[in-house]
Ligand binder design. Structure first.
Ligand code: PMV
Length: 321
């Protein structure tokens, strides 16, 4: 006889924005990311009788029939049950994500973070950060090959982070509010493919590629300092320079470059692509809400499929649509 004693439980996570350091972070350089909690994901786990079922925008059905593309999430579910010594039956998972996929906003990591949190809440178990990262890595490895790990950190932390592979993640303090406008090209970027293309370049054009990645690394260190001292003009210039390097590494595209130029023409202090690139999103930095609004309008006029505004202040985040 099955006992339906468990209560429904929820797990949440938010999207993320890499401010600086994408791609270079794969080669052990640092990167800075911020939580972007305008876009969130929620996983609800309910008790039921029988096989584990899964419902989402991408797939609804039994866990055992999960499509190959989502198999990383299935791996996470199996691993949680094995770790907590729970039977793989009698629950129903409902996933609701507002994060567009393939836009460099950390959708796959955020989904996995919310899923693991939801399952741990459902089973009434405590979840520490290390275990969360280990479990989310199963899904991320499946989705991205060899991810640096920045997405899982950034989608699970509530403050801006300075991240370096295999080192302790640090919080970045913000001396002056950053007004950020994000624009979506509406085109799906393939992070796996763009990371592989940088790898090919690293092998065929070693010294130039190595130097460009190192340059992004040192710009990231400078950007952290600028954020902590409130030197937003310098920060803007550093963002511009990072975009130039990413472009030279072949991970930008004409659409992203067009939005970078449009936002600069509208008075942005700096602008660059964010995440894997080749589609996906870019963002622009401004030092005031009013200027950010002008930039947002310019990006819409330039053809951006969606835009978001966010203000980043020390520890507390506030966002407007
Ligand atoms: O998943 P995305 O598109 O946000 O890109 C992650 C950042 C990369 O540096 C391109 C890859 C990685 O694993 O760090």
């Amino acid at each position: 006889m099955v006992k339906a004693t468990r209560k429904s439980a929820v797990g949440e996570a938010h999207s993320k924005l890499i401010l600086m350091g994408e791609h270079a972070v794969v080669y052990d350089h640092p990167a800075i990311a911020i939580p972007f909690d305008t876009l969130t994901v929620e996983t609800r786990v309910r008790p039921t009788i029988g096989k584990v079922r899964f419902a989402s925008n991408f797939y609804t059905g039994e866990l055992e029939d999960m499509p190959e593309k989502m198999y990383g999430l299935a791996k996470c579910i199996y691993a949680v049950c094995a770790k907590l010594n729970q039977p793989l039956e009698h629950f129903y998972i409902e996933l609701n994500s507002l994060i567009p996929i393939g836009r460099g906003l950390g959708s796959s990591a955020a989904i996995a973070v919310s899923l693991v949190r939801g399952l741990y809440n459902f089973f009434g178990a405590d979840l520490n950060h290390e275990v969360l990262m280990e479990l989310v890595d199963l899904a991320e490895k499946y989705a991205h090959g060899t991810p640096s790990g920045i997405d899982r950190e950034a989608t699970s932390q509530d403050y801006p982070i300075f991240f370096r592979r295999n080192e302790l993640t640090e919080q970045v303090k913000i001396a002056r509010p950053l007004h950020i406008v994000v624009a979506d090209t509406g085109r799906i970027g393939d992070t796996h493919a763009s990371v592989s293309s940088v790898k090919d370049r690293y092998e065929t054009n070693y010294s130039e590629t190595k130097a460009r990645l190192a340059r992004i690394g040192s710009l990231t260190v400078q950007a952290r300092q600028a954020m902590e001292t409130g030197e937003l003009i310098e920060l803007g210039e550093q963002l511009d320079q990072a975009h130039v390097e990413l472009k030279a590494l072949g991970v930008s595209d004409p659409g992203l470059d067009h939005y970078v130029e449009a936002s600069k023409a509208a008075g942005a202090l700096g602008a660059k692509l964010t995440g894997g690139g080749r589609g996906g999103c870019m963002f622009a930095l401004s030092d005031s809400f009013e200027q950010a609004r002008l930039i947002e309008n310019a990006l819409k006029d330039a053809g951006a499929s969606q835009t978001w505004y966010c203000q980043i202040v020390d520890e507390v985040m506030s966002y407007e649509g």
